[in-house]
Design a protein around this ligand. Structure first.
Ligand SMILES: NC(=O)c1ccc[n+]([C@@H]2O[C@H](COP(=O)([O-])OP(=O)(O)OC[C@H]3O[C@@H](n4cnc5c(N)ncnc54)[C@H](OP(=O)(O)O)[C@@H]3O)[C@@H](O)[C@H]2O)c1
Length: 277
């Protein structure tokens, strides 16, 4: 029987998850499918009922359902509970389970690019405090990063995130971000700034120390202006496509029973798609 999986969101037309999972299905010769399904917020409970009835093995959940899905599940992983959102769900014997793999995806890519990074990273500076920042801060805390600074345009949101996840998170003012660059061993842009069609992230890298890791989770374009500038100043750059690829691994393993690899060929396929967009 074909195992059917999905990515749901609203809108969903631009999701690249079908290309990732489709590549793995093809590579492993599995009898499975992974489809993009547009589900409006009012349709979410009805869609969940279809999953419970056995129409799907599981799938990914994206904007605007990542938080709304939580109370509809039977069991939620510790990561998803702490992050307050799910992006991966699966059904077993009529019970629905949820996880959030964004933290694992972020860390998986960082591990691949800069093995042993956590021995060098004492202070992390996160620009932004939205959903992605929450997952990344949770992941960095789980790896024992000693100081995690949040600089968000809206200070209250940063303060709230620091309160929810606790020490070693701390909120600082948006206007302090340029000065904080000099204190950071890892800088992450978790905002949508720098994405195609958005203004660039205004961050002055004059104080960047050579060897500092600079990670931009935006992946369209593949190399944002932030990454280009960081590289010119001796930073070690980490792009957002790697996080997207790595966050997909646990879901595929759960639904199809095979742990897929993030290979250069998969990455090249996604790069072609992004460049052609
Ligand atoms: N690579 C990956 O796998 C991956 C995974 C998840 C997300 N992402 C990307 O990460 C980005 C953020 O996603 P999210 O889910 O965290 O979104 P979100 O919850 O809506 O948060 C957006 C963040 O961006 C900030 N922001 C937006 N416009 C801004 C502006 N003009 N000036 C300053 N700050 C601004 C917001 O600040 P305020 O609080 O002040 O509004 C907030 O901190 C998106 O581009 C998404 O595609 C990538």
């Amino acid at each position: 029987m074909t195992l059917r999986c999905f990515v749901i969101g609203h809108p969903i037309a631009h999701s690249r998850s079908p290309l990732i999972h489709g590549t793995w299905l093809e590579q492993h010769g599995l009898d499975g499918s992974y489809e993009r399904i547009d589900v409006a917020p009012s349709e979410l409970p009805g869609f969940v009922a279809r999953i419970r009835a056995g129409a799907f093995a599981g799938g990914n959940v994206t904007v605007p359902h990542k938080e709304a899905m939580l109370p509809l599940l039977d069991e939620v992983s510790a990561a998803a509970r702490a992050i307050g959102a799910v992006n991966t769900i699966w059904c077993e014997n009529g019970r629905l389970y949820g996880d959030n793999t964004d933290a694992a995806g972020f860390l998986g890519h960082l591990d691949a690019i800069a093995p042993g990074w956590q021995e060098r990273v004492r202070t992390a500076l996160l620009i932004g405090s939205g959903g992605a920042a929450r997952a990344i801060a949770y992941g960095l805390k789980s790896r024992g990063v000693a100081r995690i600074i949040l600089a968000n345009r809206g200070r209250e949101r940063a303060k709230e995130l620091a309160r929810v996840l606790g020490a070693p998170l701390q909120a600082r003012d948006w206007d302090e971000r340029d000065a904080l660059v000099g204190e950071a061993d890892l800088i992450v842009n978790t905002t949508s700034l720098g994405m195609k069609g958005q203004p660039p992230l205004a961050l002055d890298l004059a104080r960047l120390r050579p060897g500092t890791l600079v990670d931009d989770i935006v992946y369209v374009p593949l190399k944002t202006a932030l990454l280009t500038q960081a590289q010119q100043r001796g930073g070690v750059i980490v792009d957002g496509l790697g996080m997207l690829l790595h966050q997909a691994v646990p879901g595929f393993a759960r639904w199809f029973g095979v742990t897929p690899a993030v290979t250069p060929a998969l990455r090249a396929r996604l790069e072609r798609d992004i460049l052609g967009a």
